[in-house]
Design a protein. Structure first.
Length: 331
């Protein structure tokens, strides 16, 4: 049962190229379009693919790649310049590490109803920050002395985890959102661990290839460790729930794919989703482009005709995950 804030769901795998960002995107669109939920996406991945898809990205001299100016902050600042003392014009996820700044999510084209009404179903996004994440993970205080990101110099691994946990578990988010979804990048890093400890639910995709399958046992161990950390460090009072493990981009004609999936099912045991729920047509889901304005219509697979095979597959898959998060029986 969610006792502190709203459900927080993340798609995790410590390997790249398994479809985490696409799955996070589709999860948000399914909850919003099919169930009229208010969803907040968090781009916790330095690659910023989620931000590119929903908001747009440009290079700012000295700051690296950042989202375009936040239209809400820009409108506020036009009326009262002091708003920029509270919000950065290009508000990003790394603002959670600034004591004197608040995060302002970006609106997206997915909004049903009055955009000024917090009760309207919609998808908002907390934008990513390429250089901010990079410096947060890799740079020393000396290297960052003259960087605009110098505020991140003193942030350690434990603080990365705690700041994200505090942000997503804030009960005030429940006034505006029904679900928070974190998109995180590959590698076993503080970002990976922070997402695990901040989430209430996690789903783990893999590609039916030997390298991807070989990491499943380690992934399950990481989830179990995060479950134990709930008790030891009290990051969140809710128990972490593993919604499942399943393959992506499955070719049922490939003997190698079938063998890899059989191995994965053995390693994952009851956590592995049944065959009828697998998402086979991942390449058909038009969710990500380099430029938000080039995203083709219809903007979501869930806007396709109900007879569309890719939409039917997606609805079966994401209904399973949705029920795992919101079903009273599961709670």
């Amino acid at each position: 049962m969610i006792t502190n804030g709203v459900p927080c769901y993340t798609v995790l795998n410590n390997k790249g190229g398994v479809g985490k960002t696409t799955l996070a995107s589709l999860s948000a669109e399914y909850a919003c379009i099919n169930h009229r939920k208010r969803v907040l996406l968090l781009d916790w991945d330095g690659q910023m693919n989620l931000t590119k898809s929903y908001v747009g990205v440009e290079t700012v001299p000295g700051w690296g790649r950042l989202p375009v100016p936040n239209p809400i902050v820009a409108a506020m600042a036009a009326e009262d310049p002091s708003a920029l003392e509270i919000y950065n014009l290009r508000s990003t996820i790394t603002d959670i590490f600034e004591a004197n700044k608040c995060v302002m999510p970006y609106p997206t084209r997915f909004c049903y109803g009055d955009p000024d009404d917090v009760a309207s179903p919609r998808i908002d996004i907390v934008a990513g920050n390429y250089m901010g994440i990079k410096y947060l993970l890799e740079s020393s205080p000396t290297e960052m002395k003259n960087s605009p990101y110098h505020r991140l110099a003193e942030i350690g691994s434990d603080q990365i985890i705690q700041h994200l946990v505090d942000f997503v578990s804030d009960p005030s988010l429940a006034e505006q959102y029904d679900l928070v979804i974190i998109d995180t990048g590959p590698s076993d890093s503080p970002l990976f661990n922070a997402a695990l400890n901040a989430a209430t639910h996690v789903f783990c995709p893999y590609i039916p290839e030997s390298k991807s399958v070989s990491g499943i046992e380690a992934l399950i161990d990481a989830v179990k460790t995060a479950m134990q950390n709930r008790v030891i460090y009290k990051y969140r009072p809710e128990k972490l729930q593993l919604l499942g493990i399943a393959p992506n981009i499955v070719d049922s004609r490939s003997a190698d794919h079938i063998q890899c999936i059989a191995r994965a099912m053995e390693d994952a045991g009851s956590f592995h989703l049944d065959e009828g729920i697998w998402l086979r047509r991942l390449t058909a889901y038009r969710t990500l482009t380099d430029d938000v304005e080039r995203r083709p219509k219809p903007y979501s697979i869930f806007h396709e005709k109900p007879s569309n095979p890719a939409r039917r597959d997606a609805e079966v898959f994401f209904e399973c995950l949705y029920n795992g998060i919101f079903s009273p029986e599961v709670a």
